[in-house]
Design a protein around this ligand. Sequence first.
Ligand code: AMP
Length: 256
Amino acid sequence: MTSSNPGREAWFEGGDAHCENPPRALEHPWRLVLLGPPGAGKGTQAERISKKLGACHLSTGDLMRACAAKSKDGCVPLSGAMQEAVAAMRRGELVSDETMCRLVAERSRCLACSRGYLFDGFPRTYAQALILDEWLTRMGLQLDAAVNLEIDQRLLIDRLGGRRVCPKCKATYHVTGNPPKVEGICDHDGEALIQRPDDRPEAVKTRLEEYDRSCEPLLRHYEETGRLLRVDADGTPEEVLLRVVDALQQRAPQVV
Ligand code: AMP
């Protein structure tokens, strides 16, 4: 077990980039995919799980946001695939499977990383999952598990529907779970808090239904290939992390 946090330059820069802080090879590098609907706490768990396992947190959303910010500065040229991906993200669309796979292929060095990794945001479709399996098989590697964070839809609607955000500093609150000191006002800068339009209950319901529809073939694929780990995501971040570690331990008791 290790708690260090690798630099991830190879992931963010792609191509021949090396991580400045070269990863230490682990006896059992975990190769995982993290799945879960919006509001299930995927971002929080991705950080915690990867830290706990000493694996790299490879988030496609983080990657694209970082590249979008760099391209705004105009100082770093983006690959053709990354330009297409950033444009799709800015239009609020999903990136096509073909572009997405080119993007990850530009980072194929990460797939062979000797410290392992936790994919977050990829694969998002059945086609992407098949390509990932194919790449790993060609490298003589395999995905250990797809960890699916599961939570009741009503709880998600409450979690996301109660979320309030400061438009200035981006701090997030929850009307009951994590309220600001003064109702409706940011603790940090006194700005009036807002509810993001996609956090309104009707929008949340639509987002969740869309997620279920698109994710179902992916879950079925991992279930049928014996790699799906279902984890109850209703609880504190610490409780959920323990459940994930427990589930992994049952898979490979000697290494967690
Ligand atoms: P996320 O932070 O994972 O929600 O990703 C932010 C945005 O990046 C998404 O809304 C998509 O536009 C794009 N994106 C990230 N990962 C993928 C993927 N695997 N397939 C398609 N689009 C993706």
